[in-house]
Design a protein around this ligand. Sequence first.
Ligand code: NI
Length: 255
Amino acid sequence: MIFDTHAHYEDEQFDDDRKLILASMKENGVGRIVDVGSSVESTKVAVELAGQYDFIYAAVGIHPEEVGDIDESHMEWLKSLTKDEKVVAIGEIGLDYHYEDPVRDIQKVWFERQLELAHEVNLPVCIHSREAAKDTLDIMKKHHAEELGGVIHCFSYSTEMAETYIDMGFYIGVGGVVTFKNSKKLKEVVKNIPLERIVLETDCPYMAPVPNRGKRNSSLYLPYVVSAIADIKGVTEEEVISVTEENGLKLYRMI
Ligand code: NI
């Protein structure tokens, strides 16, 4: 079944129909979802959702755009959440230089601190990296991220960079962008790396695939992503679903 390795069902865009949409997942072939925290508030709800649904798991962490007001007490809090066995990763953490808010130095401090946290609790990491390729890799090397493993979510860099992360034991997160006409770079990456290193993700409610681009995304749209990957790699959709499911299980150390 489809494994959505990165979703945000805690987002307010699901407030009106969250129960309804989550209740329809299994009958639509979606077997597992990791709900990824990005702020203090969303991390709280991600863990709650994981407690309510057998097929939902949580990642706990603070996204680079949300680290402006956090302090060491939040690290203790995140650490306490990882005692819950449904918490399977630290994330999403990383660097985002698109808006540069908060400034780079603050982002770096909390990226490094949360990598340390992942070592302390021995969990893989979900990495968010946008327009920050070099600094992300430098910091991950400095903190021996190859000992943690994890996923580079919403991958937006080159094939060469993908291969570097694969060599470090990471998976490459592929979502709706691969269906966009102008996503030549990501299509190249998908073509060049082994299917055994790709995981499916929505990043919903964002990043809806064609033909729903611009609408609210959900795991129910992942078949469009599966179909695009199958086309690029010349394999069946069933193979994409089964291989990426196994990849997701390995990524989050579920098998
Ligand atoms: Ni996300």
